[in-house]
Design a protein around this ligand. Structure first.
Ligand SMILES: NC(=O)c1ccc[n+]([C@@H]2O[C@H](COP(=O)([O-])OP(=O)(O)OC[C@H]3O[C@@H](n4cnc5c(N)ncnc54)[C@H](OP(=O)(O)O)[C@@H]3O)[C@@H](O)[C@H]2O)c1
Length: 272
């Protein structure tokens, strides 16, 4: 069996590749430009379905939110792909589903449901790897400032997304929506404390006021995404604090905790 993994250079996709290789599966990575990787690669752009080659591919690991998701899936089906595993998000269940993030996730799921392929949808909570966004602050000092300091999230290690995705890509999870979390809910300040212990540094956390957070997010992303994140975490329309049993159920072992993620990725905080 050959599996095509999109986003293979990213946090989640790289873990899907790793887990598939560990299972002895033949893996191909979709990349936008040639990249040093340990698996064969094909060049293509998810925003341009005509650029994608699915020749010989049986299963597809698919990221959400590209321009023409029905077109990507039609191209896959035409080429003989049988199964798709979509990386989605619990944002599809937020009480404000009109916001931009929920909207692109919902459209991606709808495209998968309508594709005629065997599908599995993964809805992971926020990734532990989002912590890498603190690298530049940690290169400059021992204080981490971030938005939504009072919002707990049962974050997941992308390692476990890879473990679950690899099984869904290679065995029968057809028609299942898998909600994925880590083993416990954490506040941003909890992550800073654990990261400080792992890095041997005396780190502290400062929660940004909503006003400052809105200004900083607005400088970094389009207004519709700022609105979405304030809707999720400011107004509380999305609850990612629930711990799900799925990683344990699918893999037979508990999900990795944040300390484990931090130890594995500690060196990346020395190179910001
Ligand atoms: N972060 C979270 O908490 C979270 C939670 C739930 C769901 N998600 C979803 O998970 C996705 C992946 O997250 P991540 O942290 O793994 O992202 P990431 O590390 O930023 O990686 C994104 C990947 O997508 C590839 N890519 C971007 N645009 C592309 C295009 N037009 N065509 C083909 N490939 C393209 C990138 O390839 P290049 O090397 O070419 O840039 C890279 O491999 C997110 O985009 C989001 O939709 C994230």
């Amino acid at each position: 069996m050959t599996v095509l993994v999109t986003g293979a250079t990213g946090n989640a996709g790289a873990e899907v590749v790793r887990a598939l290789v560990a299972l002895g599966v033949e893996v191909r990575a979709l990349v936008r430009s040639p990249t040093p990787l340990d698996v064969p690669q094909v060049v293509g752009d998810l925003d341009d379905p005509a650029s994608l080659s699915f020749f010989g591919v049986e299963s597809l690991f698919l990221l959400p939110g590209y321009r023409d998701m029905p077109g990507v899936l039609a191209s896959a089906a035409d080429a003989g792909v049988r199964r798709v595993v979509l990386l989605s998000s619990p944002a599809v269940t937020a009480s404000d589903t009109a916001n931009a993030v929920s909207r692109y996730m919902i459209r991606s799921e709808e495209a998968v449901f309508a594709s005629g392929l065997e599908w599995t949808v993964l809805r992971p909570n926020g990734f532990m790897s989002n912590t890498l966004r603190w690298r530049s602050q940690l290169a400059a000092g021992n204080v981490v400032r971030d938005a939504f300091g009072g919002v707990p999230v049962a974050m997941i290690d992308p390692y476990d997304i890879g473990e679950v995705a690899a099984r869904a890509l290679t065995s029968d999870f057809a028609g299942q929506v898998l909600e994925l979390s880590g083993p416990e809910k954490l506040l941003p300040g909890d992550r800073v404390r654990v990261l400080g212990e792992v890095l041997g540094r005396n780190l502290s956390f400062v929660a940004l006021s909503d006003e400052v957070a809105r200004a900083e997010l607005s400088a970094a992303m389009p207004a519709e995404y700022v609105h979405a994140f304030f809707s999720f975490y400011g107004d509380g329309t999305l609850d990612e604090s629930r711990v799900h049993p799925t990683v344990q159920d699918v893999t037979g072992r508990p999900p990795r905790d944040f300390g484990t993620w931090a130890r594995v990725h500690a060196a990346e905080f020395a190179t910001a």
